[in-house]
Write a new protein. Structure first.
Lengths: 337, 308
């Protein structure tokens, strides 16, 4: 089935995402290229509003229809963008799964955790079905598959023991950390090969967050999952990922090994981030001036040049391409061409 | 805690502060009981210094902050601000006392009224306390915008047209409007990006130095505390379990909970890992199931207090 480069599980080529906004056409994701190898954990870091979540949702195929996608997303050789909704539904959950950003919002407040889990187990590769066939099938399939036992088992796997209380609860009755685990359990339930984690743990306390990350890392190792981990917390990215993609305003600015990204950053944006991060070493924090550009009228050339301390004349004219440096890292900046 | 003469002048002194909430039989089917959100907290903040209160959600730190500026009425204890006990004040006296202290809230998106413009937002404390004429207030708003490094064009914008960092600057300008002595910062940067966070913290730092403000920073982000605060109080289950200078807390944490918090901190550099203590684990921090045992703090080292 593979006809891309041999060990790539996901290849994104020249991905553009447009949104029709009141102010005009917003060109949000602007030519993203990235390759994720099998069994690898990569992190996408960047400020809010730089297109991280949009990229993730494009991979999942869950963007609303008014958002236009151009380019190709090849998963195990298949171009996901060209697939029909029916074909995508088969992949979603069983091949590619996603842990959503805010578990409290993504869980249905009107259904118990048990209902949500058993629905997922019974109907996971079915595209939308109407309410009559839902009820007709539900009781039959539920019994056949022993859905409740499976649900209890997958909750135990994310260390929610004993699962009975959680199963009986509505989302508001459990804590944020527990809701996050339920979402992890749901994402892992279909035994996907590629897991997209969209800022998990952002709303949690440091101790709960650490617990959740430990759990996630253990599950990833046990199942040899390929993971795209989206976060704005650089320290979390450093901890979980092997490679880090730094994203700025819809572009990939830099790709390098996680241990190098912040020790020796190449792109001026990454250098700015490095200075902005509070550390325990007591180094002074310096922010980056300005803000993410308006996507309806983004700067020509490099999208970072209005904020860049090392901007040159060429940056205003020409968009830098993501190119390989001598030590195998990738950077999109005219300083290195 | 006993007053140490060698220490600087204190602007805020909290003595055995308590804030309990009663729980009624509700949707969770829990029986009626009492949540001891703040259970006997004593602390002091020196004038012109930055005090940080750290702890997990549910440890009672926001309740403590809100009680200190008297958004809540304390169940017991004393709050001394600049030599006056404000814990039992009411009506006009309380209003007067509040001019001295202001709060910057966690999420600027929800603490600024989306239907009012920047001018109305920043001048509202002036209106409430009847300071100056309309012309004076407009002048003051412009002055404040300059202080928080926003251009005067922002005066007629509404919060919806501002970015997260700009909104927080407006919230800071509002807190500064009455020239308070004490500002409570409740997670002022937790909803912001790192690049913006650094900018806001630098701004707060500058403002403090310029007008000798005192900050009480409530946060769960220890890396921010390390770079921002002078002294730290660690809060757990409604109580302060350890307090010392920032340097001390990070180099020699004594309480198990402080160690747990520190060891859970995700870090970027390998050098940081060396600083952190070994992982430890603790029960969860629901303040309502805290044991009611004797709470006692000892001074382990000079100025370093820890619960025993």
């Amino acid at each position: 089935m593979q006809n891309g480069s041999n060990d790539a599980i996901l290849e994104i080529r020249n991905l553009h995402i447009y949104l029709n906004a009141y102010e005009g056409l917003a060109k949000i994701v602007d030519g993203v290229n990235c390759t994720v190898r099998k069994g690898e954990v990569v992190a996408i870091v960047g400020e809010s509003g730089c297109g991280k979540t949009l990229t993730a949702k494009a991979i999942m195929g869950i963007l609303p229809p008014q958002i236009k996608i151009e380019g190709s997303i090849r998963y195990k050789g298949m171009d996901l963008v060209a697939l029909t909704e029916k074909e995508r539904a088969k992949i979603r959950g069983s091949e590619i799964a996603m842990i959503p950003q805010d578990p409290m919002i993504s869980l249905d407040p009107l259904l118990t955790i048990e209902d949500q889990l058993t629905d997922l187990i019974c109907f996971k590769d079915m595209p939308q079905i109407n309410i009559f066939s839902y009820y007709a099938r539900r009781s039959r399939v539920e019994k056949q598959k022993g859905a409740r036992d499976i649900a209890a088992k997958i909750l135990e796997e994310v260390e929610l023991t004993p699962p009975d209380r959680v199963l009986r609860s509505y989302p508001f009755q459990i804590s944020g950390g527990m809701a996050q685990r339920v979402c992890i359990a749901m994402a892992l339930q279909g035994e996907p090969s590629l897991l997209i984690a969209d800022e998990p743990g952002t709303n949690l306390d440091v101790t709960t967050q650490k617990h959740m990350l430990d759990l996630l890392i253990a599950r990833i190792r046990a199942r040899h999952l390929t993971v795209i981990f989206i976060t704005h917390n650089l320290a979390v990215a450093r901890r979980i990922a092997q490679r880090i993609f730094v994203m700025y305003a819809g572009n990939i600015a830099e790709v390098s090994d996680a241990d190098k990204t912040f020790v020796d950053p190449l792109h001026p944006y990454t250098q700015g981030l490095k200075k902005a991060v509070p550390t325990l070493l007591g180094t002074p924090m310096i922010g980056i001036d300005g803000r993410v550009p308006a996507y309806t009228n983004p700067p020509h050339g490099c999208r970072f040049y209005p904020r860049c301390p090392q901007a040159m004349e060429v940056c205003k004219q020409k968009k830098p391409e993501l190119t390989k440096t001598k030590d195998g890292r990738m950077v999109a900046c005219h300083l290195y061409n | 805690m006993k007053r140490d003469e060698a220490l600087g002048e204190s602007i805020l002194e909290v003595k055995s502060l308590q804030k309990f909430f009663s729980v009624r039989k509700g949707i969770l089917g829990k029986s009626a009981g009492i949540v001891k959100a703040v259970n006997g907290v004593s602390l002091r903040a020196e004038r012109g210094k930055k005090l940080a209160i750290v702890g997990e959600s549910g440890s009672g730190k926001t309740t403590l902050g809100k009680t200190i500026i008297r958004l809540y009425r304390p169940t017991g204890g004393e709050i001394w601000v600049d030599g006056h006990d404000i814990s039992q004040l009411e009506g006009p006296e309380l209003k007067k006392a509040r001019m001295e202290m202001q709060m910057v809230f966690q999420d600027p998106a929800s603490s600024l009224n989306p239907r009012r413009n920047v001018k109305a937002i920043i001048s509202s404390p002036l209106e409430v306390h009847n300071v100056g004429t309309r012309v004076d207030r407009t002048k003051r708003v412009k002055e404040l915008l300059n202080i928080v490094e926003l251009s005067e064009d922002y005066i007629n914008r509404s919060p919806g047209a501002l970015s997260g960092g700009e909104k927080q600057r407006v919230a800071i300008a509002r807190a500064l409007a009455l020239n308070p002595k004490l500002i409570l910062l409740d997670e002022p940067t937790s909803s912001l990006d790192v690049s913006v966070q650094a900018k806001i913290l630098t701004l707060l730092d500058r403002l403090q130095k310029e007008s000798n403000l005192t900050y009480v920073l409530i946060t769960h982000d220890l890396s921010v505390v390390r770079n921002f605060a002078d002294t730290v109080c660690v809060m757990y289950r409604g109580r302060i379990v350890e307090s010392s200078t920032t340097q001390e807390i990070f180099t020699d944490p004594l309480h198990l909970y402080t160690k747990t918090l520190l060891s859970a901190l995700p870090v970027i550099y390998d050098e940081e890992l060396a600083i952190l203590p070994k992982p430890a684990s603790l029960p969860s921090s629901n303040s309502n199931n805290a044991p009611d045992s004797e709470h006692r703090m000892i001074e382990a080292k000079r100025g370093h207090w820890v619960e025993v």
